[in-house]
Design a binder for this molecule. Structure first.
Ligand code: SF4
Ligand code: F3S
Length: 106
């Protein structure tokens, strides 16, 4: 499955949800996750993300590996999102910032 990683936190651009053929994105307050049971590994969401936040679980950076489990668990708690919403107000300021995991609102 594909995984939403740290880059999404406090940005949440939501361009990704528009292209997913299986509607596997789930929305939290300042982050999105992918339900690994629904993802068909098509990869069309990857280039849509302005923050480059989506990666394959098989090919994920070591420092992002905890996001595999986070996507799996949070996707069972958060509601489906199928259409684009406005990015978070200061999304552009948080784009590319490192170590955002502590800002995640779950
Ligand atoms: Fe959806 Fe395809 Fe992205 Fe998986 S890889 S989340 S199926 S768009
Ligand atoms: Fe997040 Fe990128 Fe989608 S910032 S909401 S993974 S477009």
């Amino acid at each position: 499955a594909y995984v939403v990683t740290e880059g999404c936190i406090r940005c949440r651009y939501t361009d990704c949800v528009e292209v997913c053929p299986t509607d596997c994105f789930r929305a939290g307050p300042n982050f999105l996750v992918i339900d690994p049971d629904e993802c068909i590994d098509c990869a069309v969401c990857v280039p849509e993300c302005p923050a480059d936040a989506i990666a394959s679980a098989e090919d994920i950076a070591d420092d992002q590996r905890s996001f595999v489990e986070l996507n799996a668990s949070l996707s069972k708690q958060w509601p489906v999102i199928m259409s684009r919403q406005a990015p978070l107000p200061d999304a552009d300021d948080w784009k590319g910032v490192r170590d955002k995991l502590r800002h995640l609102v779950a």
